[in-house]
Design a protein around this ligand. Structure first.
Ligand SMILES: C[S@@+](CC[C@H](N)C(=O)[O-])C[C@H]1O[C@@H](n2cnc3c(N)ncnc32)[C@H](O)[C@@H]1O
Length: 277
């Protein structure tokens, strides 16, 4: 399939999936390849035939939805953001946990991929922060992804060099064992994490969090109505004063009033009703 044919198809199909074309502009190669494979599977010659096929097969929209899930991630993606989290946000949130007489900092990573994002938080926590607190604060990470394959990948925690190369070399040496071409996270860094398969459009965990990371998913690929609906739900599970981190190239929809900016440049927000640090 030619690129222009795929673009035209995506511009027609994505709004019907409540997704937005601009989010796919740069990553369309991956999605177009998958759609081409699907045409072959179905024995269709042209993407226009696939449009007709979608017209007659309502279930095929679920297949297309899956083909449009972009899975690119890596450890320490956007390191300035992670540095700000480590310097300002996590200490502040952990202090609030202690002030409330609690001992557990709860984090939700939405669209966690193969675990690169939640494990980066676990590494920051264990290698940089834990010792700063006179009274122990434990970390509990919930990692959710709609793709069932991620459960095993998160459990395996085995990565290529390109996935881990952004990490400080010292952390890489400390936290991973190297096996042929793979970097395997040591078990002691995997304890704090729980994986749950969940589609953020339809399922929100029934607990509260101090920090929610929702990066390079909702605010890139979903349409604005869906963004607002999901944001409302994330807002509801964040405790007052808790933080929301979205992707560094993403923005919250206009007019959102439940959050104040913690760092506008790094797209870090704070749920209102608490002192910011
Ligand atoms: C582009 S990756 C971003 C990974 C990570 N958050 C980051 O920023 O590096 C998007 C992830 O979201 C997952 N995903 C896609 N649609 C989803 C949905 N509706 N609900 C939950 N996860 C979803 C994909 O499987 C993928 O792992």
């Amino acid at each position: 399939m030619r690129d222009d044919e795929c673009v035209q198809f995506l511009q027609w199909a994505l709004p019907q999936l409540r997704m937005r074309w601009p989010g796919f502009r740069k990553v369309r190669g991956q999605v177009c390849k998958r759609i081409t494979r699907r045409l072959t599977q179905l024995g269709l010659d042209a993407v226009t035939d696939y449009r007709d096929y979608l017209g007659g097969h309502a279930d095929e929209w679920c297949v297309l939805d899956k083909l449009c899930q972009v899975t690119i991630s890596r450890f320490y993606r956007d390191k300035l953001m992670y540095r700000f989290l480590a310097r300002k946000v996590l200490p502040n949130l952990a202090q609030q946990v202690l002030d409330q007489g609690a001992d557990c900092l709860r984090v939700w990573s939405v669209g966690c991929g193969s675990g690169e994002e939640p494990y980066t938080i676990a590494l920051i926590w264990q290698l940089q922060m834990q010792s700063q607190f006179p009274r122990p604060v434990s970390l509990r990470l919930l990692a959710t992804d709609t793709n069932p394959v991620m459960r095993q990948r998160v459990a395996d925690a085995s990565y290529t060099y390109s996935s881990v190369k952004n990490l400080p070399a010292k952390w890489r040496d400390t936290a991973f064992t190297q096996d042929a071409e793979r970097y395997c996270l040591k078990p002691e860094y995997k304890n704090d994490i729980q994986f749950m398969q969940a589609d953020v459009r339809t399922a929100i965990p029934m607990e509260t969090f101090d920090l929610v990371l929702c990066r390079n998913l909702v605010f890139t690929y979903f349409d604005e109505g869906l963004q607002r609906r999901i944001l409302d739900r994330m807002q509801a599970v964040l405790r007052p004063g808790g933080a929301l981190v979205i992707g560094i190239h993403e923005h919250l929809p206009e007019g959102v009033s439940e959050f104040t900016e913690w760092s506008a440049k790094l797209e870090i927000y704070r749920k209102a009703n608490a002192n910011s640090g």
